[in-house]
Design a protein. Structure first.
Length: 192
């Protein structure tokens, strides 16, 4: 079974690339969706170090969490310590299930694939790439994120040149969907 890891910076087009895989009926593991499910298992009491008034009993409101992250970017690292092992276990379950079914190709959309050191879990790492200025523009067009939160996220992600230097395949996403799709179909055909 061929395993392809799809990664890239924030708003780089990872989900658009993953959508093309799904279009070809290739199963895609979505690490962000899995991580959101993992929020139910997070021990949120660590947030009391940053805001003693926060109510952690029923989880944490995402808007409140974003505001805390903007003021205390270290929260991202503390949250990752709890979520990443959960995401990794879920990926292993996904992969095993598809191995048992005899699936030929699977993919995983993992924003921090390289930062977590998970690149060796895949036969190929595909990086969705767009210039940072365009990614920032996409963030402010699509997301309700303030500049401080975006800065905190960007500081924890590899720079474009680092990410691209570790890629087996680079999919440009700045030149339209048709251009991006032609690259995806080409590299899927090459077994890259």
């Amino acid at each position: 079974m061929r395993c392809i890891g799809i990664t890239g910076g924030i708003a780089s087009g990872k989900s658009a690339v993953a959508k093309l895989f799904r279009y070809r009926n290739i199963p895609v593991f979505d690490a962000d969706v899995v991580a959101r499910h993992g929020y139910d298992n997070v021990d949120w009491t660590f947030l009391h170090r940053f805001d003693s008034e926060i109510n952690c009993k029923q989880g944490v409101d995402r808007a409140v969490l974003r505001a805390l992250i903007a003021r205390h970017p270290i929260i991202l690292d503390m949250l990752a310590e709890q979520l990443h092992p959960y995401v990794w276990r879920q990926w292993q379950h996904f992969k095993s299930a598809h191995q048992r079914r005899g699936t030929g190709v699977i993919a995983a959309e993992v924003p921090l694939l390289l930062e977590c050191g998970w690149q060796n879990a895949y036969d190929a790492v595909w990086v969705a790439h767009a210039p940072q200025w365009l990614r920032i523009q996409r963030v402010f067009t699509r997301h309700t994120m303030n500049e401080a939160t975006l800065r905190a996220i960007l500081e924890r992600q590899y720079r474009d040149h680092e990410r691209c230097s570790l890629a087996d395949v680079i999919i440009p996403t700045a030149h339209g969907k048709a251009n991006m799709a032609s690259h995806v179909w080409y590299y899927l055909g090459k077994k890259g």
